[in-house]
Ligand binder design. Sequence first.
Ligand SMILES: *Cc1c(COP(=O)(O)O)cnc(C)c1O
Length: 432
Amino acid sequence: MKFYSTENKNNVASLKHAVITGMPSDGGLYMPEEIPQMSRKFFDNLRSMDIQEIGIEITKKFLSDDVPIQEIEQIIKSAMNFDTPLEQVTADIYSLETFHGPSLAFKDVGARFMARLMSYLIRDEEENLNIVVATSGDTGSAVANGFYEVPGINVFVLYPSGKISKIQEKQISTLGKNITALEVNGNFDDCQRLVKTALSDQDLRGHINLTTANSINIARLLPQIFYYFRALAQLDGYKDKETIVCVPSGNFGNLTAGLMGKKMGLPVRRFIAATNVNDVVPEYLEKGEYNPRESIETISNAMDVGDPSNFDRILDLYDHDWETIKSDIYGSSYTDEETRATIKSVHKNYNYTCDPHGAVGFTALKDYLEEENGDQGIFLETAHPAKFKQIVENEIEGEVEMPERLAKFIQRDKKSLKIEDKYEEVKEVLLP
Ligand SMILES: *Cc1c(COP(=O)(O)O)cnc(C)c1O
C-alpha cells in the first residue's frame, strides 16, 4: 500500500519512505491510500480474539504488500506484549485501559510498533538509523522504551532540564545502550528547535542516517486502531447496542485512529472528542471554524495543544465536510476544576481511579449519555493514575499504588548528558 500527503493526493510514498521520513516535504501528513474493510469472518471471531490476533489481522490489511506475514506476526507479538483491558466503571460506562505498556501511557503502543517496523524496513541498510526527538515528557519515555534494544537504531532524546517529572526523566535517562538522553539547559521549545536544526543540517545528514519519531508518523497511528476493536471484543452484546466511544484528546492521533477503525467497520455509533480548556476542535465542531491558538497549561498536560497536529488527517478522512464530521464526532471540553471533581467522584461512587486525562474522557462521556442518545459508552484511559500521583491523591484522599515497572525506574541511576542550548553540542553528540 502507498501513502499520500494530505496536502496533495498525487504526492505518494512507499511504506518505507513514509515511515522513515515521518512526513512529506510538502508539509502535509501521510495517509494510507485505502482504508481497508475488515471481513465478516473477522467480526464473527472478534469476541474470542486477543490484542495480538486483532493486531495481526489489521496490520495485514495495511502492510501485507510490503511486509511478509511472518514478519508482521513477529512485530505484533513483540510490540503488543500487553493487553488493553476493558473495565466496567458504571452500569453503562467502561474504561479502556490503554496504559499497560512500559511507560504507562497509550503512546507505548505506537512507539513499540513503529520501532519494530522501522527496524524491519532498514534491515538491509549498512548504517544504523539515528532518531532524534524532543520531549516534554510523555513522548520521550514511550519512544525511549519503545526503541530500547531494537536492532539497527540509535535514539537521542532531548528534554528540558528540570521541566519534566522525575519519573519521566528516569524513564528516559536510565536505559542506556542504544538510548542517549540529552538534558538541555533550556525549555521544550529550545529542545524542539535543536531537533529541527539537526534534521535540516545537510552536513550532518551527509554523515549519518537521521530521522525523528514524532506523533505524526503514520506508523504510530496504525497500531492505535487495534485497541478500539479489542474494546468491542470485550463488550457483551455490542452488536445489539449503540456504543459511544470517548477519546480524551490533544494532538488527536488517538481519535484519528478510532475514526479510521470506524471506516474499517468498527461498530461505534459516534465518537466524542473530549478536551481540557484547549478546545479548538470542540469549537470547530460547534461553529465550523478552526482557530488554532497558543496552548493553555492544565493538569491533563498531555492534552495541552493549541494546534493539533492530526486535525488535517480528520479533515482528510471526511473530505473536509463539516456536516459529516459533526455527525460522527461530538466535541466537549472541561476545566481543571471539573476534572478534579471527576477524579474525586468516580473514586468515591464507583471505586475506580482515573488519571486527569481519563477523567476528562469519563465526564464527557457521562454528560453525553445523559443528554444525547446511546446505550453505553467506552472512554479511553490514556495513562496510569500513578503517573499523576500528586494530583490524583489530593482528590481521592488515599494512595495510588505505583506499578512495579514504574517503581523499578526510580531506583536506577540517571545517565544523561548535560548540554547547553547550543546546536554545536547536539551535533557533536550525534556525529560518530
Ligand atoms: C498523548 C496523550 C494524550 C493525547 O493523545 P492524542 O493522540 O495526542 O490526542 C492523552 N492522554 C495522555 C496520557 C497522553 O500521553
